[in-house]
Every structure is written in C-alpha cells, then in structure tokens.
Design a protein around this ligand. Structure first.
Ligand code: FES
Ligand SMILES: [Fe+2]
Length: 410
C-alpha cells in the first residue's frame, strides 16, 4: 500500500516530475531500429515520457529524435521531408539536423540572422541491439552508452517484439516482479500447478537495482530458485529458458511501450524455440498489423473464451502469456490506486521495487550517484537453478546470475 502522494510520485513521468527527471538520466528505448530502416526513410512518431517526438534516420544513417513541433509555428515534423541530412518542415520549409540545428530557413529574406538563433529540441540517440536508445536528460550527466548482453548477441540468438499497454508503466513492471501469479494467472500455460508455487521470497539490492529470489523447497533436499533481475530504470531479466528481457517504457502516465526480448546466450534459437515463443503460449502478443496495439486488447476483453476458462485447460480463458499479463495489469485501471491494495508475503519483490524507486528518487534529489548507469555493473542475466535446501539465497545468487554461469536447468 502506498499513500496517494507516493503513488503519484512513482507513476508520473512527464517533464518536470521527479520520476520523469530520474528516468531522463538513463538511456531509454525510443523506437525499433527497423521502423526507420534506411537513410532518409519516412520519420516515425514516438511518444515518450509524456513528450511527442519524431524519430528519423538521416542521409548518413544516423538516428535522430526531435520534438514533433516545428520551432517555427509548431506544425508537426512527422509530415516533414527527410532529405539531405535533415528533416524539413513541410509548412514553410525550415530544416533541422539530428542535433536540432536549423540548417535551412528558406522562408526568411536573405541575410536574416534568425537561422542561427533557432534550434529544435533534439535528444541524442544510439543504436544497440535493434533498438534506438535516446538520452533526454541534462547533457552534463549523459551516461556511458547502454551495453546489455542480449543486445550484443547476434540476431539468430534472439527474438524481439513490442506492444503498447493501456496503463501506467509501474503496473507493468510490478506485474513482472509479481512472484506468485505464475501458477494462477498462467494456469494451463506454464507451471500451472499451485503445489509448485514458491514459499520463500527474497530481495537483494545491487548497484544496478536488485535481484528478487523466489524459492520452492523440493522433496529431494534442494531448493529450486528463480532469480529475477531488475536493472534501473525499468528492465527485467527473467528467470526463464530462453531468458526473457522486458522493458516497460513509459509513453506517458497512462500508456506504456513494452519491449520483449527472448534469447539464448549460448546458441541460436531453433525453429522449435521460435514456434513456442510465438505460439499462443508465448510471451509475444500478436499486434494489429502496422500498429503496436495487440489484437487481443482491452476493447475486446482480450477475446476471453469462457468455455476455455470452464474447460480447465486455461485458468483465464485468455490466450497468450503476454496478453494474460498485460491484460490483467490493464484491468487495474490507467493508474492503479495503490492506496486501497492489501499486500502479502508473495508481494515481497513488488515492495522491494517501490522501495528502490523511492530511495533512488531521494538519492537523485540529493545529487547522489544512481544505480544502473554503469554498464559494467549490470552484466548479469536472470537464472533459475537448484541449491541445497537451507542455503541462503544470497550464497549462490551472484554466481548464478553472472554471464559466466552456463546453467540452464529446464
Ligand atoms: S511551422 Fe514549420 S516551417 Fe513553419
Ligand atoms: Fe506473467
């Protein structure tokens, strides 16, 4: 349970908000590289942290991200002409490069000094793992470029998709760290046996976020651990096989873009892997063509099949692991009212997540260093493994989530 003030503090991400300012200290996904596939291709709209932006790729292949409003009279640059290393507004022809410089201003008389004084709001971009990442914070704090294991892998080793969610980003990532829902919400899809639910819950803070452990003691004197990794500001590396990575990127306070990546670090994904991950049991939801909106969405009650629900083969009657997750999170409303909830022991990781954000907001306000800005700190991946019964989670966790760990206990 949170106070109304805390709930607002954690969920509001627009310009000028504390959480919005904190998120602007990190490199965050703006769009998929393949949506701006080649030099001078059409720009795409980007909604990010409550700002309307346009992403484009200039003649030299460099990605750029500008405020959608033209600095002249605020017409939309989405309709602009992307040509000769800049985006030209179609209203009066003013043209801006990826750094926001006005490189042509043909509507003013010769000799005008206006061009030198005009700049567009531009955010620096880098490409990493098929995603265009941007930095929207103070230039003097721009961190080292992102460097994630999954992003370094060859295309053959991973599968990536994204979908929009009709709710606040915090609901998304809290759902990601909800340890006990697997056996219920996903009943009939994965681990659909409530006797296999975890009974031990741990959160270990790290210098990139935390590791949440959920353990189930087995009859063979071993504890089966799931170690789920949280990397600031909103990334989760999942204790699954293949390993899944989710990022819940806030578009604004009531909309989220979820990026989903599955990967094997040790080999290419097989046809079988891909078929499983994209089947209705998989995490990737099928979108309305040409959009990021899932076909099974809030407006059609996620195509719930009550006969399927009654049949016992699916707990929810909703097809799709990802749809079940995102759908149930959306049912809490655009921004969940955390003043009325009742948390239990199985919500340990969710409580840990809120503590991390509240503490990091304080540290940010006090000018202290922030977790997860140094890429060397987060060279880890989610893992599941067995350890002797009674051994503390912290005793084996660091080794199991290191990139050297090669254990895939399926
Ligand atoms: S509004 Fe864009 S050039 Fe005039
Ligand atoms: Fe789930």
């Amino acid at each position: 349970m949170l106070s109304r003030e805390e709930n607002e503090l954690l969920t509001q991400v627009g310009p000028g908000t504390p959480m919005g300012a904190l998120m602007r200290r990190y490199w965050i996904p703006a769009t998929l590289s393949n949506l701006i596939p080649k030099p001078d291709c059409p720009p795409v709209r980007v909604r990010l942290l409550g700002e309307n932006l346009v992403a484009f790729r200039d003649s030299e292949g460099r990605p750029g991200l500008l405020d959608e409003r033209c600095p002249h009279r605020t017409a939309s640059l989405f309709f602009g002409r992307n040509e000769e290393c800049g985006l030209r507004c179609v209203y009066h022809g003013w043209k801006f490069d990826i750094d926001g410089n006005c490189v042509d201003l043909p509507s003013e008389p010769p000799g005008s000094t206006l061009q030198r004084k005009v700049t567009a709001t531009a955010y620096p971009c880098v490409e990493h793992g098929g995603i265009v990442w941007c930095y929207m914070g103070p230039p003097e704090h721009k961190p080292t470029k992102p460097d994630f294991e999954w992003a370094r892998l060859p295309e053959s080793h991973k599968l990536m998709s994204r979908q929009s969610m009709d709710c606040n980003w915090l609901q998304g990532i809290e759902g990601g760290f909800d340890s006990s829902h697997l056996a219920f919400l996903h009943g009939g899809v994965v681990e659909g046996d409530i006797t296999r639910r975890p009974t031990i819950y741990e959160v270990i803070p790290t210098d990139y976020g935390f590791v949440a452990g959920s353990g189930r003691e087995r009859e063979d004197d071993l504890t089966f651990w799931s170690a789920n990794v949280m990397i600031m500001p909103f990334q989760k590396s999942i204790a699954s096989v293949p390993v899944g990575v989710h990022l819940w990127v806030p578009m604004d306070d009531e909309n989220t873009m979820q990026y989903v990546i599955d990967f094997r670090h040790d080999r290419a994904l097989t046809d079988e892997d891909i078929a499983r991950e994209t089947s209705w049991n998989g995490i990737h939801s099928e979108n309305i063509p040409g959009t990021d909106r899932p076909i099974r969405n809030k407006d059609n009650d996620y195509l719930i099949d009550r006969d399927l629900q009654a049949s016992g083969t699916s707990w929810t009657g909703i097809k799709g692991l990802g749809t079940q997750d995102n759908g149930i999170q959306e049912t809490m409303g655009p921004i969940a009212d955390r003043t009325v909830e009742r948390l239990g022991l199985s919500d340990t990781a969710i409580i840990g997540l809120r503590k991390l954000y509240l503490q990091t907001l304080k540290d940010h306000a006090a000018g202290k260093s922030l977790p997860g800005l140094d890429p060397t700190s987060y060279q880890v991946r989610g893992s599941r493994y067995t350890a002797p019964k009674g051994a503390a989670f912290s005793a084996n966790m660091a080794r199991q989530i290191s990139l050297e760990a090669d254990l895939y206990e399926e």
